[in-house]
Each structure stands twice: as structure tokens, then as C-alpha cells.
Design a protein around this ligand. Structure first.
Ligand SMILES: [Zn+2]
Length: 352
């Protein structure tokens, strides 16, 4: 190998994995302020996210997914594990999201977050969307919003469907104190292939099986506390909880948050959480990203901001060249997504 080849190799990595995303939140930026300023995490859910998800229709879902997938690709993230909710547009929503990701070239794993917030009929429709998507060969998991918005019957039905389909359950757990009973309610149902998202308020020895997905920026944004992931026996992966899919950036935040908590924490720890993504989405390991920075190593990247993806090959085929998406028109996606965002904002203003 020549010296030139070595320098190229040190600029390369496999495709990064976002282990917890909400692609529908791509249109939320700039949304109208809620009628009242939220003062608790529950109020943030009620006044921001649950109003937003009720307003989504298939066109908004499609263009938010394309924009989110495009932004992932541009950040060297080639695999997204998505968690979706759109209570007034449930049927077919997971296929819309999966198709949007495929068009951009990014791999996806989709789930519909079922909940009894909209009655048992809403929970059943969500469950059926997971069943339909998985039965038709879609790559996904069974989504559950969170234990605190679900009945026992709903939690049991989700676990049973996941088991029947040979996949795990993707569920928010103890993100806020309102969900503190989650551990007792899902401990007996959980399996190693479950994704346990957040876990901020779990006991150290919570006894739930699965991978914990840590979303440090989102946790800070919602002021829910620090999950301190090193205290868990579970493996830990990194997600963004819908705030983009720039996993190098999320790694930096994860590192500096762990360092704030413990000065002996190293970049290798947060990097190991990023690497868990390849256990969850092994194909991303075969994807190839060439970066703008010469040394793609944890101790460099923890202190080097604004490293960008130059070229991305997914499944052996080009998807990004010189920072520009090759399979889709990025400008068209941005402009169509902006139109859909305006439609969404109008609906939110009319339901304030
Ligand atoms: Zn989430």
C-alpha cells in the first residue's frame, strides 16, 4: 500500500447508524410555538409532540422522511432505526417512510409506536400497521410509544406480535419520571432484541433485557436528566431521538456529557456506543464513508467539530459524491419538504 492509500483509509469509516430516530420531526423545525410555554416534560409531549403527530398526513410523512434521510446521508449515516407516530394517518405510514429512505439510498428499520392515548381502537390500528408492514417483508420492529401510555393488553399484544415476527420491540422507557413504573411493567416481556430508548430514570439493576439507546442531546433538550449509561449491564447504542442523524455530532455530545459527569470518561466509551449501532444494523458495516477529516479516531473526533461526509457508498453503490446526493435531487427534497412544513404549521395554528 502506498502512503497515499493509507491517508485515504484513515479518512474512511463504515456507514454510521442512528439507533433511534423520529423522521417525522424533520418538519418540526420552526413550528409555531405551543399555546402555553411548557414547564414540564409531560407538557412538552402534550403541547409540542402530540399535537404535531396528530397533524401529520401522508404527504407530510413522505417529505419529512425524505428530508430526514437526506440529512442522514449527508452526515454519513447510512442506517436509520425509526420510530413513527401519526394517529390520523396510521395505515401505510411505515411503507411511506421505508420507500422514502430507499429512494434516498439510506437503509431503514421502521416501527409504528402504538399507544392507548387515542383509545384502544388507536392502539389496535397501530399494532395492525406494524403487523402489515412486517408481514409484507418490511424491515422493522414492533413500536410502542411508552408503557405509561399503554394498557397491559397493548403491551402484551406488542410483545406477542414481535415474538411472532421474530423481531424486537422498540419502546421509550423511563425518559421522564412519569414513566417510572415502566420497568416493572415490561421486565417480564422484554427480550435481548428489544430497543430500550432513554432509560434515564431506570434503576441501575432494572432487569430489562435489550439494548439501551442513549440520546444525550434530546435528554438535555427535554431537561429530563442524564441516563448515566455506564451503570447498566445492557449494551448501549446512540440515537438522536429525531434531532437529525449526525451521529459524529451525537457522539461528541455523548462524550462531553459523560465527561461532565465523570472526568475519567474517555472518547472510547462514547465511540463504543456508536459501534453498537453495527450490532443492531450489521449491513451498515459494509457501507463506506469517506470523510473530510484525515484521522477518523475517537480521540481526534471528540475534539474536532464539523467533520463532514464527502463520499458515501451504500450496498456498494454511490449515494453521495463530493457531499452531494447522487440518487435524488437534494434541492427538490428541501423545497418540497419546506412546502409540507408550511402546510403542517397551518394545521398546528388552526388547532392551537
Ligand atoms: Zn424518541
Amino acid at each position: 500500500m502506498t502512503e497515499g492509500d493509507e491517508s485515504v483509509d484513515s479518512r474512511r469509516s463504515p456507514g454510521l447508524v442512528c439507533a433511534h430516530h423520529h423522521l417525522y420531526s424533520a418538519l418540526a423545525r420552526g413550528m409555531p410555538a405551543p399555546p402555553k410555554d411548557p414547564t414540564t416534560f409531560m407538557q412538552v409531549l402534550e403541547q409540542v409532540w402530540w399535537r404535531l403527530d396528530r397533524a401529520l398526513d401522508p404527504d407530510m410523512i413522505e417529505w419529512s422522511a425524505k428530508l430526514g434521510a437526506l440529512e442522514a446521508l449527508e452526515a454519513g449515516c447510512t442506517a436509520i432505526i425509526d420510530h413513527h407516530e401519526s394517529p390520523n394517518a396510521i395505515e401505510g405510514s411505515l411503507s411511506v417512510i421505508a420507500a422514502a429512505c430507499t429512494e434516498v439510498g439510506v437503509r431503514s428499520n421502521c416501527s409504528y409506536g402504538i399507544t392507548d392515548r387515542h383509545g384502544s381502537e388507536g392502539a389496535t390500528r397501530g399494532l395492525e400497521e406494524n403487523r402489515r408492514f412486517l408481514s409484507e417483508g418490511g424491515r422493522g420492529m414492533v413500536g410502542v410509544h411508552a408503557a405509561f401510555t399503554c394498557t397491559e393488553d397493548t403491551l402484551n399484544a406488542a410483545a406477542e406480535l414481535a415474538s411472532d415476527q421474530g423481531v424486537g420491540v422498540h419502546i421509550h422507557v423511563a425518559e421522564g419520571r412519569d414513566d417510572i413504573e415502566a420497568a416493572d411493567r415490561i421486565r417480564g416481556l422484554s427480550r435481548d432484541d428489544w430497543l430500550i430508548v432513554h432509560g434515564v430514570h431506570l434503576e441501575d439493576d432494572h432487569g430489562i433485557s435489550g439494548t439501551i439507546v442513549h440520546n444525550p442531546r434530546s435528554n438535555m433538550n427535554n431537561s429530563v436528566g442524564y441516563a448515566r449509561p455506564t451503570r447498566f449491564a445492557n449494551s448501549v447504542a446512540l440515537g438522536t431521538d429525531g434531532i437529525g442523524a449526525d451521529m459524529l455530532d451525537e457522539f461528541r455530545v455523548a462524550f462531553v456529557k459523560s465527561r461532565e459527569h465523570d472526568i475519567s470518561s474517555t472518547p472510547d466509551l462514547a465511540w463504543s456506543w456508536l459501534e453498537t449501532g453495527w450490532t443492531l444494523f450489521p449491513e451498515a458495516r459494509t457501507d463506506r464513508v469517506t470523510w473530510s477529516y484525515a484521522t477518523m479516531e475517537p480521540w481526534h473526533l471528540a475534539y474536532t467539530t464539523a467533520v463532514s461526509a464527502v463520499d458515501v457508498d451504500i450496498d456498494g453503490q454511490p449515494a453521495l459524491r463530493d457531499g452531494v446526493a447522487t440518487r435524488v435531487d437534494a434541492q427538490e427534497i428541501r423545497s418540497k419538504a419546506a412546502e409540507q412544513a408550511q402546510r403542517l404549521f397551518k394545521v398546528l395554528e388552526s388547532t392551537a
